[in-house]
Write a protein that binds this ligand. Structure first.
Ligand code: GDP
Length: 320
């Protein structure tokens, strides 16, 4: 069974590179399932990655992420770009993507062959988002996407995690939800490169824009240095604000490129990915050590005072 699937990898990768949506979907499923063939998949994809621009989009449930993503996909398609959309829900490990599948309101792009859409659950993987998402992004990148939008539900720590996955992070807010204060608390003001106050057809949008501007100028944005995040008003439902959003994104890309920030962010991202994979492998080998009883033997020595726990840990690591 496994060898049959492994033999399929080169074909699958070739088909994905030719633009087969089914092949892309199957490769992302391999990532989702932490399939053993991933090592081979990633090796085959590596020479073809590094082209896509990754845009992270985050915000509270209901703020308009799907609607804004759809608007953004429309604007990118108008420029002839091939677009990938990866919706990740770090909060529901057992959804298997189904919940997100329902959530995505991207029907208008569903027949466009140049748009790949996919929801993914991190399924409580060890290292969850940080382990699986970069690999799914690599699939979309190698499949020739010019831009990949990673949409995540912004709850708690996940915004900050998403910022680590993207070249540019867009934080979505809406008026009258106390979102400005929430954002400040969650620490996402530091990670947002572009802010969008969506639902600007509602009362209080200008107040929210002002609040965010004020808080950004108070904040200490050391890494970004000279970058002043724009705060854009949008009515995603009507497609209003798409031009401003595109301009904000392009300005940020130009600024990052000019200041070497883009390269540094990609280096940081790759090093976190390596770390996540390495830690996962170490944990797997630790499991083998445990099953092989050698950990119990060492533990018995520690209990008997023949060995201190640090020396025992060194021996375990050396044996890995
Ligand atoms: P998500 O949960 O963040 O992905 O939010 P959705 O994109 O699913 O949108 C949540 C709800 O807000 C939907 O009913 C949308 O139709 C609505 N919505 C999205 N954009 C706007 C907008 O600009 N104005 C208003 N009034 N409603 C909007």
């Amino acid at each position: 069974m496994r060898s049959r699937r492994s033999a399929d990898v080169p074909t699958l990768v070739a088909h994905a590179r030719e633009g087969s949506a089914r092949a892309v979907a199957r490769l992302i499923t391999l990532v989702e399932n932490a399939d053993p063939s991933l090592r081979e998949v990633m090796a085959a994809l590596a020479p073809h990655s590094g082209h896509a621009r990754i845009i992270g989009l985050t915000g509270s449930p209901g703020v308009g992420k799907s609607t804004t993503t759809s608007m953004l996909v429309g604007a990118l398609r108008a420029e002839g770009k091939r677009v990938g959309v990866l919706a990740v829900d770090p909060t529901s490990p057992f959804s298997g993507g189904a919940l997100l599948g329902d959530r995505i309101r991207l029907v208008e792009h569903s027949l466009d062959r140049e748009v790949y859409m996919r929801s993914m659950a991190s399924r409580g993987h060890l290292g969850g988002l940080s382990w699986s998402t970069p690999q799914a992004l690599r699939v979309l990148d190698a499949a020739g996407c010019d831009v990949v939008i990673v949409e995540t539900v912004g709850v708690g720590q996940s915004e900050v995690e998403v910022a680590g996955l993207a070249d540019t992070t867009v934080v979505l807010l809406a008026p009258g939800m106390g979102d400005g204060i929430q954002a400040a608390k969650a620490g996402i003001l530091e990670v947002g490169d572009v802010f969008v106050v969506n639902k600007a057809d509602r009362d209080g949008a200008d107040i929210t824009v002002r609040e965010i501007r004020q808080m950004i100028s108070l904040g200490d944005r050391t890494e970004s240095g000279l970058w002043r995040p724009p705060v854009i008003k949008a009515i995603a439902e009507r497609g209003e604000g798409a031009g401003d959003l595109m301009e904000g994104l392009n300005n940020h890309l130009a600024w990052m490129t000019e200041h070497g920030v883009l390269h540094q962010r990609r280096i940081d991202r790759a090093s976190r990915e390596i770390e996540a994979i390495a830690l996962r492998q170490v944990r797997a080998r630790m499991g083998e050590v445990r099953h092989g009883r050698s950990l119990d033997d060492l533990a018995a020595e520690v209990v008997a005072g023949q060995q201190d726990p640090y020396a025992a840990a060194d021996r375990v690591i050396a044996a890995l």
